[in-house]
Design a protein. Structure first.
Lengths: 254, 316
């Protein structure tokens, strides 16, 4: 079974600080990591490989330094990596075409795994876009995956309902964070992974013609959050009394 | 043309309001599409659509592959440039696949959509609720998904006349197959429509203690209990319909009471639009207090019973 896992390098959103005057996020110098849910995608791929054998390729569209982060994925259990550096202006359209180009070059695959969304921008757009470009079926929000010869059976989480879907290969599956607990690589695995290859493919070889983004970002604004921040922390009975008075005053106790 | 589609009727009506504004501003027509829900199509006309297209199809279950083909054909036939899709889970994967098929720009979960110098601009929350990205489309067609309650529906206007069109569309069946649909464990709560929500987080020591939250919710006449991620996703003390946050539900009640919730940005992203926010936490440094109007620093096991009693007395 040949599996491709798409993984994205993102800023560690937990480390983002807000500029107190502009209220904008400070993104420069923030540590980078592989988006958490992409590790769930890889974990699922590794579990299938352990059962059925095969090969796992991790595919990243990102800057040169993403190579360092990809090593962690190889240590977890991927067999090899492919890194494609995007042009200076890349949106989902550009990235999806580069991924599709790289996947066509890899050519032999049964399953593509993606995270349901990346933790930085949380669009969840890339998986379905990619499936569309490759003309293959998609199963999104997977909370459970079983692979059998000839078909995959997966449970999609729709919030109020779970839908069990069966699909032949090749298929693209986006997984939720709840599907599994990604493993931490052992020291041995980390050492062994240094011999696993990461290929670097040029964007210009993968996508037809000149890829122009369809969207441009005009601004990353701060979020206005003006709250009163009235905190009571003395005597408990007094605090409760004051809070109730305030709530009555602003008219929410009706 | 501006085209609106959602399998959620309420969202469809909300999108029609925005669609109507965008269409008028550009002297374009507003089209609403209904796939296998004929009854809804008439409603679209009295809520602002110039045309309601009823797609006649043997398909009766949603599959993004097939719905993409249907919308792709309609968009090309009607020459629609702006496509607004309701941002539920089906809508998001549909919009994204459609964007791939049309090589179109797509913005998911827009909280604001407007024209600026004749270009469509959409805003969306990014970086776990820490920032808003302002994105502009540079080509047509352009696809935006919009969550429920971002816009109000237009009032019903029985005088508004529009065209009802039935259309047969052939679709190649997707090779995937839906084999089972089952209801997930749910307590049938709808936090998104609640006007008062009392929420619990990791500050609770065991599942049985959640009654403290429901009792407060009851006296507030809100009766709606919410929770943060660990309670629903990890501990599973409450079903996912209670879960408020970035990957759970986004809510905007007039009063939100967060009990024992630390205030991770992912949780804040789900409740930041609430009217009045109250936080109860024993840690005076808890992040939640930065996002609260009122807070009590104290042990929730002591605060909640006192607060419930005090509110009961106040409300008489």
């Amino acid at each position: 079974m040949n599996i491709i896992v798409c993984a994205k390098q993102v800023v560690d959103v937990g480390e983002i600080k807000i500029d107190p005057s502009s209220k904008k996020p400070i993104l420069a110098g923030i540590p980078q990591k592989i988006s958490d849910i992409d590790k769930n995608a890889l974990e699922e791929a590794i579990r299938l490989k352990e059962k059925h054998g095969g090969k796992i390729t991790v595919l990243t569209v990102g800057p040169a330094d993403a190579k360092e982060r990809m090593k962690e994925l190889l240590a977890m259990g991927a067999d090899e990596g492919v890194l494609v550096q995007p042009p200076a202006h890349a949106d989902y359209h550009v990235t999806a075409h580069l991924l599709a180009g790289a996947i066509k070059k890899i050519s032999a695959y049964d399953i593509i795994f993606c995270g349901e969304a990346s933790i930085d921008l949380f669009s969840g757009q890339l998986g379905p876009r990619l499936a569309s470009l490759l003309h293959i079926p998609q199963i999104t929000y997977a909370q459970q995956v079983n692979a059998e010869p000839g078909k995959i059976i997966s449970e999609k989480n729709l919030g109020d309902k779970a839908i069990t879907i069966e699909s032949p290969y090749p298929v693209l599956v986006t997984v939720t964070k709840e599907i599994n607990q990604p493993r931490l690589p052992s020291l041995m695995a980390i050492l062994a992974s240094s011999s696993k290859p990461i290929h670097e493919w040029a964007a210009s070889d993968l996508a037809p013609g000149h890829l122009e983004p369809k969207i441009k970002t005009l601004d990353i604004k701060g979020v206005p959050m003006q709250r009163k921040n009235i905190i009571f922390q003395d005597d408990l009975d007094q605090s409760v009394g004051k809070l109730v008075d305030e709530l009555a005053k602003v008219g929410v106790l009706r | 043309m501006v085209l609106v589609y959602s399998d959620d009727h309420k969202i469809a009506l909300e999108l029609l309001h925005k669609g109507n504004d965008l269409a008028k501003e550009q002297h374009k027509k507003l089209i609403a599409v209904s796939i296998g829900q004929e009854g809804n199509a008439k409603d679209y006309l009295v809520h602002g659509a110039d045309q309601a297209i009823i797609v006649e199809t043997p398909i009766h279950q949603f599959k993004a592959e097939e719905y993409t083909t249907i919308l792709e054909k309609i968009i090309k036939e009607t020459n629609s440039e702006t496509i607004l899709i309701g941002s539920n889970k089906n809508g998001k994967e549909l919009a994204s696949r459609l964007a791939g098929a049309l090589d179109a720009g797509c913005i998911i979960d827009a909280t604001n959509v407007y024209l600026k110098d004749k270009h469509l601009v959409a805003e969306r929350v990014v970086y776990s609720g820490n920032a808003i990205a302002v994105e502009q489309f540079t080509s047509h067609p352009q696809i935006v998904t919009i969550p429920s309650k971002v816009f109000e529906p237009l009032p019903k206007n029985e005088q508004h006349k529009g065209e009802l069109i039935k259309k047969k569309i052939d679709v190649d069946a997707s090779p995937s197959k839906i084999v089972k649909v089952h209801e997930m464990k749910s307590e049938g709560v709808n936090v998104e429509d609640a006007t008062i929500i009392v929420s619990c987080g990791r500050g609770f020591k065991k599942k049985e203690d959640i009654h403290l939250v429901s009792e407060l919710a009851d006296v507030l006449k809100g009766r709606t209990v919410g929770c943060s991620r660990p309670i629903a996703a990890d501990l599973k003390w409450l079903s996912e319909d209670h879960w408020i946050g970035l990957s759970g539900h986004k809510v905007k009640p007039k009063l939100y009471v967060a009990c024992g919730i630390s205030g991770q940005i992912q949780h804040i992203a789900g409740m930041r639009d609430s009217g009045v926010i109250v936080a109860i936490n024993k840690d005076p440094e808890a992040l939640i207090f930065k996002s609260a109007d009122y807070g009590i620093v104290g042990d929730l096991y002591q605060v909640l019973p006192k607060l419930t009693t005090a509110i009961k007395e106040k409300m008489g």
